[in-house]
Design a protein. Sequence first.
Length: 68
Amino acid sequence: MTLNRQPNFDDADAFYAALIEAHRDFSDAESEAMNARLVLLLANHIGSHDVLFEALDTARTSVLEERT
């Protein structure tokens, strides 16, 4: 299995709105903690080390590319 990079949301805008709402009234530290927990929950759901390591590499690379 490989990382699916194609749009795969039923309603991406609704998810984004729910994600933002879930952070309402949180401090920066609480938001970071929630994001970390969400990442771990989704990683557990995915389960595949190959997919997870590809996702880590893709996310890290995209941040590093923004530096330049």
